[in-house]
Design a protein around this ligand. Structure first.
Ligand SMILES: [Zn+2]
Length: 85
């Protein structure tokens, strides 16, 4: 069975987007935990990547992945509120 490597964007000292006291890193970690549980409940094999910066995350996955595995990194980035498009 293929493995889904799941990582939460940012963390390891990088907060990602920040708004109203919330950080992308903290919010995405919560979502990542929920996604992990949901995928496992559907019988899928999930491997959660430890909290690392981007390059070490990619290296960690590449050391373990086999052909057919999938890597998924979650983000909730932000943009300015654009009124006029
Ligand atoms: Zn992000």
């Amino acid at each position: 069975m293929a493995t889904i490597f799941l990582s939460a964007g940012h963390g390891a000292g990088d907060p990602g987007a920040v708004a109203g006291g919330a950080t992308e890193a903290a919010e995405i970690k919560l979502i990542c935990d929920a996604v992990e549980k949901e995928l496992q409940s559907r019988g899928l094999k999930v491997s959660v990547v430890p909290e690392l910066r981007l390059r070490p995350t990619i290296d960690w996955i590449n050391r373990q992945a086999k052909r057919g595995d999938v890597a998924l990194e979650l983000h909730a980035d932000a943009s300015k509120n654009i009124v006029d498009l």
